[in-house]
Each structure stands twice: as C-alpha cells, then as structure tokens.
Design a protein around this ligand. Sequence first.
Ligand code: SF4
Ligand code: SF4
Length: 113
Amino acid sequence: MKEADAYDVEKFTALLREADRHCRSAAGGAAVIIASSPCVLAESGPARTPQAVRITEECTGCRECLDMFECPALVWDEEAGKVGISRAACNQCGVCLSVCPTQAIVVDEGAAA
Ligand code: SF4
Ligand code: SF4
C-alpha cells in the first residue's frame, strides 16, 4: 500500500504505473494506492493557487483529453473541430495541464484568477 497526493500528477502517474506493473507481474497481486488529497470542490479541500488554462492552436482534435481524462469542463467544439473549455464548469485546478500529448493545454497567463 502506498499513499500519494493525487494533485502531484507526475508522481501520482508514476505510482499508478508502478502499481500496474506490480499487478501484471508474475509475482504480482493487488496494489493499493490511497489518494491523500481531498476533492478541490470540498469546503475542507486544500487551498490551491487557481490555474486558469486555455487550449492553444496546437490542439489537433485528437480527443484524448475528452476520452481518457474526462473533465466535464473540457468540451468538444464541433465548429472548430477542437476542444474548448467551459469557463462555467472549470474550477481552475490545473490537473489537465499534463494530459495533452501535444501540450496544447497551457496556463492562461492573461486570465484573471
Ligand atoms: S487538447 Fe490535446 S488531448 Fe485534447 S483534443 Fe486537443 S490535442 Fe487532443
Ligand atoms: S483546470 Fe481542472 S477543471 Fe479546468 S479544464 Fe482543467 S482539469 Fe478541468
């Protein structure tokens, strides 16, 4: 069993991969990971610096963020053939910054926090 901060996306992803390797190995078995951070939407959740994000022109419309990551604030723009962000739904958690294979999701430096 291991415990980690789910908002430390790089470390948490590495831990998930390690658990997957363990489960699939010949000597493997169950792997338990405790995500130690409460939901950012919970009142008792951690105080975090908001990170507004935007989608750049580098978006290829591959839909990986929609199909694999599934944040409800990421929405398909039919007209543009790309992904957009619903400002009403986005809580500026910044977790999506590491999910795009072409790094098309970036910090929106010009957005008011
Ligand atoms: S933002 Fe990235 S992952 Fe999402 S559709 Fe565009 S290129 Fe694909
Ligand atoms: S910043 Fe958080 S809420 Fe906003 S689109 Fe990215 S993952 Fe979703």
